[in-house]
Design a protein. Structure first.
Length: 130
């Protein structure tokens, strides 16, 4: 799996959500002069729900194949089922209709392939208020 790098600018820190694959929620904690981002420990984890875990797996496959997908399917919607690209279309509604007919009651990820990938967590510069 290709892990996208964490990027730091003067205004923000950009952390791809692939660094937190099991997190249902994240929290920002300020410890002295350091900001810590971590998975919340008091909330439910995604893997407790099988359907959410399957969707997380399909999302990971989409992210792994992103650089190839953007070359061939830029601007289109793609559908992933059980780790495989199963269909694509420029029309989201048509693709959804076909996917529901082919895979009723199954987990299928449909995402638009854009030039800028989704799923980035953006954090502004942390500030302490006294």
């Amino acid at each position: 799996m290709i892990v996208k790098p964490i990027r730091v600018t003067p205004q923000e820190v950009i952390i791809p959500l692939t660094y937190f694959p099991n997190a249902a929620a994240l929290e920002l904690i300020i410890v002295e002069d350091t900001a810590v981002v971590r998975a919340r420990t008091d909330g439910p984890q995604l893997h407790q729900n099988k359907r959410q875990a399957e969707m997380l797996e399909q999302t990971a496959v989409f992210e792994e194949q992103y650089s190839e997908l953007v070359k061939e399917y830029s601007g289109q919607y793609v559908a992933f089922h059980q780790g495989k690209l199963v269909d694509h279309d420029s029309n989201h509604r048509e693709l959804s209709r076909r996917v529901r007919a082919t895979f009723p009651d199954e987990i299928v990820l449909i995402r638009q392939v854009t030039e800028r990938p989704e799923g980035l967590l953006r954090l502004g510069s942390p500030r302490l208020n006294h």
